[in-house]
Design a protein around this ligand. Structure first.
Ligand SMILES: Cc1cc2nc3c(=O)[nH]c(=O)nc-3n(C[C@H](O)[C@H](O)[C@H](O)COP(=O)(O)OP(=O)(O)OC[C@H]3O[C@@H](n4cnc5c(N)ncnc54)[C@H](O)[C@@H]3O)c2cc1C
Length: 283
C-alpha cells in the first residue's frame, strides 16, 4: 500500500494549476482532498509522476446562493455541504448525499469537485447533479466552458474534463422538493444503488419528476421512462408510486460483483427511487 514515487507541487491559483498541468503533461494529476486519487495510487491503479495540489486555493471553497441559483466551489468539502442550511432548504437532495457519504474523515477531506471529476460509478453526487441539471465550469488555457451534467458524466472514471482543465464550480437552480436515498455498502458507504429525484407538485400529485440512479452501471443515468410514468401520480398512494417506479434501471446493464448481482441492483433501483420520491414529496 505504498504508492510509486511522485513529485508534489502546490498550486496557489487556478491559472498556476493549469500552467503546471500544461508543463507536466499526461503524467500529472490534480490533488484536491486526496480521498480517491491517493487510495488509487496506493493500490498502484494510478501512478502519476506529478501531483499538483489545488487543495489550498481559497476562492474555490464556497457555497453561494443568489436568488434561485446555487453555486458551489469545486473545493468545497463534503462536510461543508452536509452542514449547509441553505442546501438543506434549497437543494436537499445534495444535502442528503453529502450527509450519507463515506465517514467523517472522508467528509472532512473530500471535495465535491474531486468526487465529480473522479467519475466513480458508485459515487453519490453524480445522480444528484443529474436531477439538478447542474452546470460544471471547466477552466483551461483557452478560457472557460460550461458543461451540463448530462454531458459531464461520460462513463466509468470518465468525464468531459480535458487533461489540462480544472473544474472550478458547479451551479444549479434550487430544487426544494428533492431527495437522495441509497442502499450503501456497509464498509465504504459507496452506493450499491442510489436514487436522486427532483419534483414539482401540482396540488397533491406529481407535476414533473427528474429521476437519476447511481451504482448500477458505468455512470449515473436519468430514468426517463419512470420520469414520464410519475407525472400525475399521488406520491402517498403507495401502489401507484410502486407501479410508476418499476423498471428504473430497465435498458441499462446492471453490474454484478461480490456484493450484489445485477438483478438485485436493478430491483433495488425501483425501491430506492420510490423512497426518494416519497421523501421529496414530503418536503
Ligand atoms: C473510505 C472511503 C469511503 C468513501 N465513501 C464514499 C461514498 O460513500 N460516496 C461517494 O460518493 N464517495 C465516497 N468516497 C470518495 C470521496 O467522496 C472522495 O472524496 C471523492 O471521490 C474524491 O474527492 P477528493 O477531493 O478527495 O479528490 P481527489 O482524490 O484529490 O481527486 C480525485 C480525482 O479528481 C481529480 N480532481 C480533483 N479535483 C479536481 C478539480 N477541481 N478539477 C479537475 N480534476 C480534479 C484528481 O486529479 C483525481 O483524478 C469515499 C472515499 C473513501 C476513501
Amino acid at each position: 500500500m505504498i504508492p510509486a514515487a511522485f513529485e508534489y507541487i502546490r498550486a496557489g491559483s487556478v491559472d498556476e494549476a493549469i500552467a503546471l498541468l500544461e508543463r507536466h503533461g499526461e503524467d500529472a494529476k490534480l490533488l484536491a482532498g486526496g480521498h480517491s486519487i491517493i487510495p488509487m495510487m496506493k493500490l498502484r491503479l494510478a501512478a502519476p509522476a506529478t501531483l499538483i495540489d489545488i487543495g489550498e486555493i481559497p476562492q474555490l471553497s464556497s457555497i453561494a446562493v443568489d436568488r434561485n441559483r446555487i453555486s458551489i466551489g469545486a473545493l468545497t468539502k463534503h462536510a461543508a455541504l452536509a452542514a449547509s442550511d441553505a442546501l438543506k432548504s434549497q437543494a436537499p437532495a445534495l444535502w442528503d448525499a453529502a450527509n450519507a457519504l463515506g465517514d467523517p474523515q472522508v467528509r472532512n477531506r473530500g471535495t465535491i469537485g474531486g468526487a465529480s471529476a473522479h467519475g466513480d460509478p458508485a459515487a453519490d453526487y453524480p445522480a444528484v447533479l443529474h436531477v439538478l441539471d447542474a452546470t460544471f465550469t471547466l477552466v483551461g488555457k483557452g478560457g472557460q466552458r460550461d458543461v451540463q451534467a448530462g454531458e459531464f458524466f461520460r462513463g466509468m472514471f470518465d468525464t468531459a474534463l480535458g487533461q489540462t482543465e480544472v473544474l472550478t464550480q458547479i451551479a444549479f437552480d434550487a430544487a426544494p422538493k428533492s431527495a437522495y436515498a441509497k442502499f450503501d455498502h456497509p464498509a465504504s458507504h459507496y452506493a450499491v444503488v442510489g436514487a436522486a429525484v427532483a419534483l414539482t407538485m401540482n396540488g397533491g400529485v406529481i407535476g414533473s419528476a427528474r429521476v437519476a440512479v447511481t451504482g448500477i452501471g458505468d455512470a449515473a443515468f436519468r430514468a426517463g421512462a419512470v420520469e414520464k410514468a410519475l407525472a400525475g401520480v399521488d406520491p402517498t398512494d403507495l401502489g401507484a408510486l410502486k407501479a410508476a417506479c418499476a423498471g428504473a434501471a430497465a435498458g441499462f446493464d446492471a453490474r454484478s460483483d461480490v456484493f450484489a448481482s445485477g438483478a438485485y441492483r436493478a430491483a433495488m433501483a425501483d425501491v430506492f427511487v420510490a423512497r426518494a420520491i416519497a421523501a421529496a414529496a414530503a418536503r
